[in-house]
Design a protein around this ligand. Structure first.
Ligand SMILES: Cc1cc2nc3c(=O)[nH]c(=O)nc-3n(C[C@H](O)[C@H](O)[C@H](O)COP(=O)(O)OP(=O)(O)OC[C@H]3O[C@@H](n4cnc5c(N)ncnc54)[C@H](O)[C@@H]3O)c2cc1C
Length: 394
């Protein structure tokens, strides 16, 4: 086992927190540096919750998966007239970013979770790494874990040729309390993950915990994720620009979409989506937008630094595996540090499997995106369309 060492984790979302907890459990001296000034309370969006993503909370904290997530036992595809096109018995769990973040942060504590620390520069050497922050402070550590997401400053500097590519579509996202929907809609959307497809578009609808964590039917939220194509070089830039002219990327946060875009989106929902699905979309207050990107890397370890989560690969969301991949990167790192005697040996052992899982996922989710948003060939649930992290299983 690598002897106790100083570890800086930059980025305190789900990937950074999981890594920090696992490395601290091994006896290392771990601090998280997070750019946001406040605890990240606003990110309420729903997540498909795969076993790797829930593993720390279930295995190490002893939580029951049904306490922290909703569950559906059916995948249902509905036609425009509301009739059922396909049904497949499959169990999924869903949660919200906020539910998982709150649990992980409670476990890690706030003493070593330093908010208001935006990394702006760094150096990585054979024996350690140094990170400089926007407030003029800096830190030195034996190991640097870069968990700073899709726009990672570390990746941009270490791998300047690895550029993210806009996939040609975004996800319009919304959440509405189940209790605010009509009884008919509640009934038709509450027990399944519901998909609806039409030309060059598809939408997913599933229940997630309420903001106070309740998973009881009737108290949950209904979460919608609607993939819509916006051409780069005009439509896309216009959508992502708010009323004060600020361009957002990759997320146009709640409350920032311009009224004309929200109105167009709601009118389109009424015109093209099954009635119950359209009701959930239209009722959601403050819908927001996440742009869809692909990004592949061919390295994740650099001297005493490594990239995890979206700081490494970014894939389209169709496998619901982003947080599971971030967590799997963290579990792999902890296992490597436990088996090896030096950090260098551990990173060398860790990297190949992370690269394999990341590039398999990018390829699979590109295929799914192409078949739904371009080709129109995704018509029924198959094994390939199931949510999962690895090609060979969950
Ligand atoms: C439409 C859509 C739907 C999705 N659905 C799912 C799903 O169903 N299931 C799922 O598992 N995943 C899903 N994902 C993917 C998932 O959201 C991401 O893969 C996951 O959040 C990545 O976690 P992360 O910790 O690596 O990065 P992030 O969550 O992006 O966190 C990065 C953190 O780093 C901080 N940071 C950034 N820059 C700096 C800096 N310079 N200094 C310090 N801190 C910094 C940020 O503030 C942030 O807290 C979806 C994504 C999209 C776009």
């Amino acid at each position: 086992m690598v002897p106790s060492t100083t570890i800086a984790v930059v980025g305190g979302s789900l990937g950074g927190l999981t890594a920090a907890l696992l490395l601290r459990d091994l006896g290392h001296d771990v601090t998280i540096y997070e750019r946001s000034r406040h605890k990240l309370e606003q990110r309420g969006a729903g997540l498909g919750f795969l076993p790797d993503a829930s593993r720390y909370l279930t295995e190490r904290c002893g939580l029951d998966i049904d306490e922290i997530s909703t569950r559906t036992d059916l995948i249902r595809y509905v036609n425009r007239d509301g009739s059922i096109g396909h049904e497949r018995p499959t169990t999924y769990h869903f949660t919200s970013w906020f539910t998982v973040y709150g649990r992980l942060l409670a476990e890690f504590g706030t003493d070593r979770y330093l908010t208001g620390h935006e990394a702006v520069d760094f150096t990585v050497a054979e024996s350690g790494a140094r990170v400089d922050f926007a407030d003029g402070s800096s830190v030195e550590a034996d190991l640097l874990v870069c968990a700073d997401g899709v726009n990672s400053i570390f990746r941009r500097s270490l791998l300047p040729d690895s550029q993210r590519r806009y996939a040609g579509y975004v996800a319009w996202r919304g959440m509405v309390p189940e209790a605010e929907l009509s009884a008919k809609t509640r009934e038709s959307l509450g027990d399944a993950i519901t998909y609806a497809f039409y030309a060059n578009s598809h939408i997913l609808v599933y229940p997630i915990p309420s903001p106070d964590g309740s998973v009881d039917p009737g108290k949950r939220l209904i979460n919608t994720v609607w993939y819509r194509n916006y051409r780069e070089g005009g439509d896309f830039e216009d959508l992502m620009t708010d009323e004060s002219g600020v361009r957002h990327d990759p997320t146009l946060p709640p409350g920032r979409a311009r009224p004309e875009h929200v109105e167009e989106m709601r009118a389109h929902a009424r015109a093209r989506l099954p009635e119950a699905v359209a009701e959930a979309v239209v009722q959601a207050q403050e819908p927001f937008v996440q742009a869809v990107y692909d990004l592949e890397v061919d390295r994740m370890a650099f001297g005493r630094a490594c990239l995890i989560g979206d700081a490494g690969f970014v894939m389209r969301p169709h496998a619901a595996a982003g947080t599971a991949k971030a967590a799997a990167n963290a579990w792999g790192l902890a296992e490597a540090l436990e088996s090896a005697t030096t950090i260098d040996e551990a990173l060398a052992a860790w990297e190949p499997e992370q690269l394999r899982v990341g590039s398999d996922l990018v390829r699979r989710t590109q295929r799914l995106g192409y078949s739904s948003q371009v080709e129109g060939s995704w018509e029924a649930p198959t094994d390939d369309t199931l949510f999962r992290l690895r090609d060979e299983g969950p």
